[in-house]
Design a protein around this ligand. Structure first.
Ligand SMILES: [Zn+2]
Length: 283
């Protein structure tokens, strides 16, 4: 599942390849891809034609292309990809929407094998689309307010990993990067947020930023081979994961076997020695 670094990698790819170009035609090949565009496929195709793409922006795992005052908002879901390539190449079975450009160059294809992703035209959304205005800034955005987050964490009374995954508190941190950041900060995932000191929160946020930045440099993480960046290359950050997906393998810091706990229908990976269980955890 694409997380913030993967989405940012795709955003940068779109910035490089489509910003400044004008859409000649938009074609919806599967209506599910535009299910959040309530006026339907034909309307989507009509409103996208002739649009100049002004900027590629992101908040958390959402990204959007500004088109005039409006936004072409996209979420990659589990398996969404944007692919750029020669406009005459064959159209694969998972292409859900296609955009050609007036310059006749490369086209843009939204592909999505599992169809959890979506794209929509949001009127007036160029700066911040309304459907995602409730999502908190992510730690790589200039708008991110560390002092405000620290205060809200102490009021929240939940486990720290649940807080990291709460998009209304901090966006863009998914399961993988939460586990990696908590390991770096030596915090157990069930640690109650109200017991975290200000320096502990600062250390954790530094770890979150470091993990996301390193993943970004590596082009994101790829686990199921479904995620591919805008040019079709897989990320490779997974080679440098310390705990995520490494049950029973040695902790890179102390050598203790990595522990896996069930967590919200998924898993949490941590080191039993570096991240001791809290006496009163919030599970
Ligand atoms: Zn350890």
């Amino acid at each position: 599942m694409p997380e913030l670094p993967e989405v940012e990698t795709v955003r940068r790819g779109l910035e490089h390849h489509v910003v400044g170009r004008t859409v000649a035609a938009a074609t919806v090949l599967h209506p599910r891809a535009v299910r959040r565009h309530l006026a339907g496929s034909a309307d989507f195709e009509a409103v996208m034609a002739g649009r100049l793409i002004g900027a590629a922006r992101r908040r958390g795992k959402y990204m959007w292309l500004s088109v005039g005052e409006d936004a072409l908002l996209a979420h990659l879901g589990m398996s969404g990809q944007f692919l750029i390539g020669h406009p005459d190449r064959p159209i694969g079975p998972h292409v859900r929407a296609r955009f050609t450009f007036t310059d006749g160059g490369s086209d843009l294809r939204f592909t999505d094998q599992r169809t959890f992703g979506h794209i929509a035209l949001v009127p007036g959304g160029a700066e911040l689309p309304a459907p995602i205005a409730h999502i908190a800034p992510d730690p790589l955005e200039p708008a991110f307010d560390e002092a405000a987050l620290t205060a809200r964490l102490r009021l929240r009374r939940t486990g720290i990993k649940r807080a990291l995954l709460d998009q209304s508190l901090i966006s863009g941190v998914g399961n993988i990067y939460a586990d990696e950041s908590l390991w770096r900060a030596r915090l157990h995932w069930a640690r109650p947020t109200e017991t975290l000191t200000r320096p502990a929160v600062a250390t954790l946020l530094d770890a979150v930023r470091d993990v996301l930045t390193e993943a970004l440099k590596a082009g994101g993480t790829s686990f199921d081979a479904l995620y591919i960046n805008v040019n079709g290359e897989s990320g490779y950050f997974d080679r440098s994961l310390a705990v995520y997906g490494r049950e029973d393998q040695p902790c890179p810091r102390c050598g203790a076997p990595v522990r896996r706990d069930p967590f919200m229908n998924r898993s949490s990976y941590s080191c039993p020695r570096c991240q001791p269980r809290p006496r009163r955890g919030r599970w």
